[in-house]
Design a protein around this ligand. Structure first.
Ligand SMILES: Cc1cc2nc3c(=O)[nH]c(=O)nc-3n(C[C@H](O)[C@H](O)[C@H](O)COP(=O)(O)O)c2cc1C
Length: 169
């Protein structure tokens, strides 16, 4: 079985545009011993407040939001392309309606009390620093507001410290 090793953020060389935007990721968090996960293709990595951070956006109706809001941490899991069908499934059904993780056959691991998946090529453990719901009046380009929020379901933007980057050996 492959093991994960921790690498320093400055040695992480993969493109976030490909990794997040094209290959997609899982946002996973735990609440009261229960884990939920969802697929995401919006977000990024960088530096804020002198801290290595990831940012993600979660719409209010996602069950995963309840888990992220009720936990100090969450993870970002990246899987290879053989899991694309799994990612489509986890991004189209809700954990409110079925046991998505069991059905997806992914294996939950924990490091520092944060859940992620053994099948990952890379997992980032994240500690929440900041959360804010996007506001219509803050859009400089109002077309984005009209295009993405006809249902007024504004994403909450989370900025989180990347506390560990784990990659498969
Ligand atoms: C490729 C892809 C990308 C997605 N990206 C996001 C995202 O960045 N933010 C979000 O709120 N939902 C996103 N979704 C939708 C959620 O993954 C989807 O609604 C999921 O079923 C929520 O599951 P949950 O209710 O168990 O949390 C995406 C879905 C797909 C298929």
């Amino acid at each position: 079985m492959s093991k994960f090793i921790e690498i320093k953020p400055e040695l992480f060389e993969q493109s976030p545009f490909k990794l997040i935007g094209k290959d997609w990721m899982l946002i996973t968090a735990e609440r009261d011993g229960k884990v939920n996960t969802m697929t995401a293709s919006w977000g990024g990595f960088g530096v804020m407040w002198g801290v290595n951070v990831a940012y993600i956006g979660i719409r209010p109706q996602r069950y995963t939001k309840e888990f992220v809001d009720n936990s100090e941490t969450f993870s970002l899991t990246f899987l290879d392309n053989s899991f694309k069908t799994t990612l489509s499934y986890l991004g189209s059904k809700s954990g409110r309606d079925e046991d998505k993780i069991k059905k997806s056959k992914l294996t939950i691991l924990h490091t520092d009390d944060t859940p992620y998946f053994e099948e990952a090529t890379t997992a980032m453990l994240c500690k929440k620093l900041y959360a804010q719901e996007l506001k219509p009046e803050c859009f400089i380009m109002s077309e984005l507001n009209e295009k993405w929020y006809p249902n007024v379901d504004y994403h909450t933007l989370y900025i989180a410290e990347i506390t560990k980057i784990l990659v498969k050996e």
